[in-house]
Design a protein around this ligand. Structure first.
Ligand SMILES: Cc1cc2nc3c(=O)[nH]c(=O)nc-3n(C[C@H](O)[C@H](O)[C@H](O)COP(=O)(O)OP(=O)(O)OC[C@H]3O[C@@H](n4cnc5c(N)ncnc54)[C@H](O)[C@@H]3O)c2cc1C
Length: 421
């Protein structure tokens, strides 16, 4: 299934009509969220530790299977729906408003990205051993790149190494990772490790290696207290001491780690952006409701122009965010160049999310900073969005580089500003 936005051949203008089969699917997702997910949110004993209430997630997974919306992003041969990037963008917007929904539908980070990575670069054996149980929801996984001791925005800083054993049959890994989402209880990790030592090769010195987490030498040290919501399995620190895995656990070609990771991240960044839009929309809806409920100085908050300006600004942020995601997803789905658009979309939407969440806190007053109400949590979650999957500054470097490249060729920068008609 793919979603319509089709170009008019003459002008490159996009038709945003959502085809009937996707509308029907989105209807099922919405019904799932309102009828199955939201009513059981309160059954999660500790929102900081969803693993303690995993039976609730399992029940939601059964409901998602019954509704035919489980693992929507994967092809049918893996039990998915084969929904393309655009379709996933629209689904992500719905599930963004209710974090349990992505877990229930088995399309949450980092498993969604890992499934795409295995699909893209895995051997048939790797797909059978790791992708299939992941697709079935039988196991969880994590992606281990960031390290506590080096600035990981620059991937060539990463120090975790993988060297071949003397007989060449194994990789031996050593290093330390942190902020590894979902690592507690994950069955395996896709680890970014340095396998080459040619300084001139830069990021081509890095490879992806699959490490089962029950391998001796793989230790979850501890999970620090992080700001914001906690994914199942936290974001812990991992010690990797003489971890030995078979050579066949190399995922993709040696030295291709970041090439594969970039491909994985493109769709993942869009799914994140759409989830953020879902959360931002919820923050705005809560804000407008609140403005109508309370009064100061003889009239409803909704009648005060300073507060009206806040919700108007949030509406504009949301509109621009949605258009950017849809246009970028449209490019991705057609195999058109999209690196610049991904960088601009990830940066803009994460920052717009922050602005919308901040205004929602202000509109709610004290209730905005109460962490047992949704707005405070959304605000905390919004802050991390500017950091993971490439921090804003790093994406701005990419964006500026493309602009300057064109300028140096004596060309207009228009092609690097979305390349629209
Ligand atoms: C909620 C959350 C979940 C995460 N999950 C995972 C995960 O599952 N797996 C994983 O591997 N990692 C994960 N991360 C880590 C994330 O990918 C890194 O935090 C991110 O890549 C930045 O690396 P760093 O923290 O080392 O910051 P640093 O590299 O130390 O950067 C610090 C600051 O300097 C800025 N900066 C860097 N270079 C420049 C420059 N040239 N010019 C201007 N500014 C610059 C950065 O933008 C950043 O603001 C997660 C992070 C968060 C917040």
């Amino acid at each position: 299934m793919s979603i319509a936005p089709t170009p008019h051949a003459d002008a490159g203008v996009i038709d945003f009509t959502v085809p009937p089969e996707l509308q029907e699917l989105l209807g099922r997702v919405k019904a799932y969220i309102s009828e199955d997910v939201l009513p059981v949110e309160g059954d999660i004993a500790d929102p900081e530790d969803v693993l303690r209430s995993w039976e609730v997630v399992e029940r939601l997974r059964d409901r998602a299977r019954q509704r035919g919306i489980f693992t929507p992003h994967l092809p049918e041969e893996y039990g998915g729906l084969g929904v393309g990037v655009l379709g996933m963008a629209l689904i992500s917007q719905e599930v963004g408003a209710a974090p349990l929904a992505a877990l229930g539908m088995n399309c949450m980070a980092p498993d969604e990205g890992n499934m795409h990575t295995l699909l893209l670069a895995g051997s048939e054996e790797q797909k059978e051993r790791w992708l299939r149980p992941l697709a079935e929801g039988a196991i969880r996984s994590c992606f281990a790149m960031t390290e506590p001791d080096v600035a990981s925005s620059d991937p060539t800083n990463l120090e975790t190494s993988a060297v071949r054993s003397e007989d060449g049959s194994e990789w031996i890994l050593n290093g330390r990772k942190w902020c590894i989402t979902g690592a507690i209880g994950a069955a395996f990790a896709i680890v970014v490790a340095k396998t080459g030592s040619d300084a001139a090769a830069g990021h081509r010195n890095y490879s992806l290696i699959i490490v089962p987490t029950d391998t001796p030498g793989w230790t979850v040290e501890r999970d620090p207290e992080w700001m914001g919501s906690h994914a199942p399995g936290g974001h812990p620190i991992i010690a990797i001491d003489d971890v030995r895995v078979p050579c066949e656990n190399l995922l993709g070609a040696e030295g291709e780690g970041f090439v594969i990771a970039q491909k994985r991240l493109a769709g993942g960044r869009l799914a994140h952006a759409m989830r953020w839009i879902g959360m931002a929309q919820r923050a705005l809806d809560l804000s407008t409701t609140r403005l109508l409920q309370r009064s100061t100085f003889g009239k409803e908050l909704a009648r005060h122009q300073m507060l009206q300006a806040m919700i108007a600004d949030s509406a504009m942020d949301l509109y621009a965010s949605r258009l950017m995601v849809l246009h970028t997803a449209w490019k991705l789905e057609r195999g058109l160049p999209h690196r610049q658009e991904i960088a601009m979309t990830k940066t803009f939407v994460s920052e717009a999310f922050g602005r919308i969440a901040d205004r929602a806190v202000q509109i709610h007053g004290a209730a905005g900073i109460a962490l047992d109400l949704p707005v405070g949590r959304i605000y905390q979650d919004a802050r991390a969005a500017r950091i993971y999957d490439g921090a804003s500054e790093v994406h701005r470097m990419t964006i500026a580089r493309e602009l300057l490249k064109l300028a140096m060729q004596g060309e207009s920068t228009k092609a690097a500003t979305g390349d629209l008609a």
